[in-house]
Design a protein around this ligand. Structure first.
Ligand code: HEM
Length: 154
């Protein structure tokens, strides 16, 4: 009886609380050999870059709106994932600089997500002219993000 109460009152709620704290996407993925591989911002951004390149070919085409929407939604997912990750540059900063650096990074990533939502909106209206404009505006968000948060090679 005591054992059951211990389970019901203490262990079970603790396990449920731990599960609900788990983010909806993990920071680890599985590589081809089935081992756990760390997901880094560089890998997520690399994938994002691939979709971004593919979108450049379709975004203006009124006959390719469905495909463009798939790409844009894929990019939104990757940008949301990126929001939970930290740039490599973070590890080069002093402890007291890190929090505001990461806040700035997150604000910039939210800007990117906002731009992708505008792009989705334009595509949903079948307005490929506006969609292309939104696509072009992403370049500035990208260059600002890279200038401030990407580690430069020496
Ligand atoms: C159209 C928008 C963007 C595109 C197409 C893009 C694409 C890329 C690509 C291809 C890489 C190199 C990945 C690799 O090393 O293989 C990269 C890296 C990176 N990007 Fe972006 N990016 C975009 C926007 C942004 C924004 C808005 C930010 C910041 C909020 C950002 C932050 C970074 C950082 C920090 C890295 C280096 C990875 C690291 O430090 O770990 N990017 N990006």
């Amino acid at each position: 009886m005591f054992r059951f109460q211990l389970h019901a009152r203490i262990i079970l709620p603790a396990v449920l609380a731990a599960l609900s704290l788990e983010p909806s996407w993990g920071v680890a993925d599985t590589d081809k050999g089935g081992r756990e591989a760390a997901v880094t911002l560089a890998t997520v951004m690399g994938e994002f870059g691939g979709l971004h390149r593919a979108l450049r070919k379709t975004v203006k085409d009124p006959n390719a709106v469905a495909g463009s929407l798939d790409l844009v939604r894929g990019m939104q997912g990757l940008a949301a994932k990126s929001l939970m990750l930290a740039p490599s540059m973070t590890s080069t900063l002093r402890v007291e600089e890190k929090a505001s650096f990461l806040l700035g990074y997150k604000r910039q990533m939210v800007k990117l997500i906002g731009g992708l939502l505008d792009l989705e909106d334009a595509l949903l209206q079948n307005d490929t002219g506006r969609a292309h404009e939104c696509y072009r505006r992403l370049s500035k968000v990208k260059s600002d993000g890279h200038n401030k948060f990407q580690l430069r090679d020496n």
